[in-house]
Design a binder for this molecule. Structure first.
Ligand SMILES: Nc1ncnc2c1ncn2[C@@H]1O[C@H](COP(=O)(O)OP(=O)(O)OP(=O)(O)O)[C@@H](O)[C@H]1O
Length: 589
């Protein structure tokens, strides 16, 4: 009697499991459909807005006096007018962030392209502008007002946690481009971080382009970040690396471009995708115009201006859809070449000062923005077309919002159903154990055997229908010696859900991050296993971090190192103009 009761419980569980699995499969099918709808709507929205978008952010006036001086810069939602003696210039951008705008406002506008990065597109967010106008504030922010980089990292992890249709893994790299040389900011520091007087860096990486068009920075450290906490730790370490160099006269990071790369590996279904998110704090652009720089300072300024000009050429060529895009004209554009072109999404935030003293630089920066956009104010869309565009954008926005809302509900339903299945699967073995304790009962053995075979809903269905049709255990189904042995072996190995397996595959084989193709369509067809042996890959799973043969303790990521002092005395004359930057950057440490 007891046996029959237990058997009944198991069958009840079995039926519930199979019903739940059917439910999950229906939910997943709807999830796939919604994901497709959301992705398509997002692609259309970004295409309509433009895959290269230029924003302008006006720095708040930082004045100690109470006297309000009229700024030569006035802004509207998409227009900027600069008026000064003998100057009357108008510029248009995709969106203006005025002096009252918050970090939230900027992030809100950038957010859709982060989703695009998660969908498999390469994405590049650049902060451009005169020194001191808020590029680093926009990108890094402060502890109270997080900037784009920490918010983007947060967004990626938050989305990855919610999305039950795919598994994601992330890794982070950071480098500086200084006078045409590349410096790995996450490399283990065995040598002091300073440059020689000639301007050579202690760490000069080279850029390799693969035949598929993807770009690799040879030997660049790439750290797997399993969770938000680790990602933030590594990001803080990067920031310290950068600020350390700012205190060093011969290693002046204010004269460099700082690039953070987040590599996103996504697995949904049978295929995987790899995409890159570049977050770039470009070097300040004004020094040569304003200061009578000489020597190394002048060379640094020239290097920055040259690479910024090369970047402008590249963006302008892309906007014009030219067949030749001059990526090779600078290291900066070479590194970013697979994230600026076809299939990629670019956002450039041009920073300007509202001050009268900076009118010259403001016009230069806005001229750069204009060149990148290649849209003259006079050739703006007509009001009718603008209205149509706004209407379509609102429709697409709503489509995305609706899909995301439903996806949120679906994700919760799938998770809850999967939990229920797991709970029922856990309950069954104990009942089976109780049944197998009742010796010599062929039915008990059958039920246990059936649970092992119930991994797939089809198997469950088959077995269920047999039970229904025969009412009792058919003779040919009673367990043999072999099946009992199999059952014994199987009960030791718990079958893992597919999603967990995918995660393991990624984290255990991370070395392909550099070797994948750059465009979304190409990336889709690339397997992760195509690793690049020369890439350094740090695993932060354990407390030990390995970079090839070097092994360092992970506390390195959070322990500030003493700053090298050797070069502080080497060129004292050059320290004066950089005083402001050093003070600002040292605030970050
Ligand atoms: N929107 C803003 N809101 C509040 N403070 C700001 C804003 N923009 C800039 N600042 C402040 O202005 C100062 C200079 O900004 P920041 O260091 O970000 O400039 P930058 O363009 O990165 O300069 P550099 O080219 O030297 O790196 C900082 O103290 C920063 O906090």
């Amino acid at each position: 009697m007891e046996n029959e009761a237990n058997g009944g419980i198991v069958l009840g569980h079995d039926k519930e499991i199979s019903t739940l699995q059917e439910e999950i499969s229906a939910l997943r099918s709807r999830q796939r459909h919604l994901n497709r709808t959301r992705r398509e709507a997002l692609d259309k929205l970004i295409d309509l807005k433009g895959s290269i978008r230029v924003f302008c952010r006006v720095q708040p006036s930082i004045s100690t006096s109470n006297i309000k001086i009229k700024s030569p810069v006035t802004v509207e939602q998409e227009n900027i007018a600069v008026r000064a003696v003998g100057i009357k210039k108008d510029f248009s951008v995709d969106r203006v962030f005025d002096q009252e705008s918050t970090q939230d406002d900027v992030f809100h506008e950038v957010r859709p392209i982060l989703r695009s990065a998660l969908d498999g597109h390469n994405v590049c967010i650049l902060a451009f502008g005169q020194t001191g106008t808020g590029k680093t504030y926009t990108m890094e922010g402060t502890s109270d007002n997080l900037g784009l980089v920490p918010r983007a990292i947060q967004e990626l992890f938050s989305h990855a946690a919610q999305d039950t249709s795919s598994t994601y893994s992330f890794s982070i790299s950071m480098l500086e481009v200084y006078m045409g040389s590349l410096r790995d900011l996450l490399a283990p520091r065995q040598q002091p971080l300073f440059r020689s007087i000639e301007g050579n860096t202690t760490c000069n990486l080279s850029i390799l382009a693969t035949t598929s068009g993807s770009v690799q920075v040879e030997g660049l450290t790439d750290v797997t970040v399993p969770d938000l906490k680790k990602a933030n730790q590594w990001y803080s370490r990067e920031r310290r690396s950068r600020s350390t160099s700012w205190t060093n006269v011969n290693n002046v990071s204010s004269r460099s471009h700082c690039l953070t790369r987040i590599t996103i590996r996504r697995c949904g279904g049978v295929t995987g995708q790899v995409s890159k998110l570049w977050l770039v704090d470009l070097g300040g652009s004004e020094r040569l115009l304003k200061t009578g720089a000489s020597g190394l300072i002048m060379d640094e300024g020239k290097a920055i201006n040259l690479s910024l000009s090369a970047l402008g050429d590249v963006i302008a060529a892309l906007r014009r859809k030219r067949s030749h895009v001059p990526y090779r004209n600078s290291k900066l554009t070479q590194i970013l070449s697979d994230s600026l072109g076809d299939g990629s999404k670019v956002v450039m935030v041009v920073h300007i000062s509202p001050s009268k003293d900076d009118v010259g630089e403001t016009i230069c920066s806005l001229g750069f923005a204009k060149r990148a956009r290649l849209i003259e104010s006079s050739r703006e869309l007509s009001e009718d077309l603008k209205m149509l565009k706004r209407k379509r954008l609102a429709e697409l926005d709503k489509e995305i919002c609706d899909a995301e809302q439903e996806l949120g509900v679906l994700n919760a339903q799938i998770r809850s159903a999967e939990r229920s299945v797991e709970e029922r699967k856990k309950l069954c073995p104990s009942v089976c154990q109780a049944l197998s304790d009742e010796k010599g009962s062929p039915r008990s053995i059958l039920v246990a055997g059936h649970i092992d075979a119930a991994d797939s809903p089809q198997a469950t269905e088959r077995a269920k229908s047999r039970m229904v049709h025969h009412g009792s255990v058919p003779h040919f189904m009673s367990a043999t010696v072999c099946s009992r042995q199999r059952h014994g072996a199987a009960s030791h190995s718990v079958s893992k859900p597919r999603l967990t397996k995918s995660v393991n595959t990624y984290s255990s084989k991370p070395s392909g991050s550099q070797s994948v193709s750059h465009s979304a369509s190409k990336a889709r067809s690339v397997a992760f296993s195509s690793g690049e042996p020369r890439l350094k890959y740090l695993s932060v799973k354990s407390d030990q971090i390995n970079v090839n043969s070097n092994s360092i303790d992970s506390t390195v990521a959070s322990t500030p190192r003493p700053r090298p002092r050797e070069s502080l005395v080497s060129r004292p004359v050059q320290r004066a103009p950089l005083h402001q930057h050093r003070r600002r950057m040292s605030c970050l440490t």
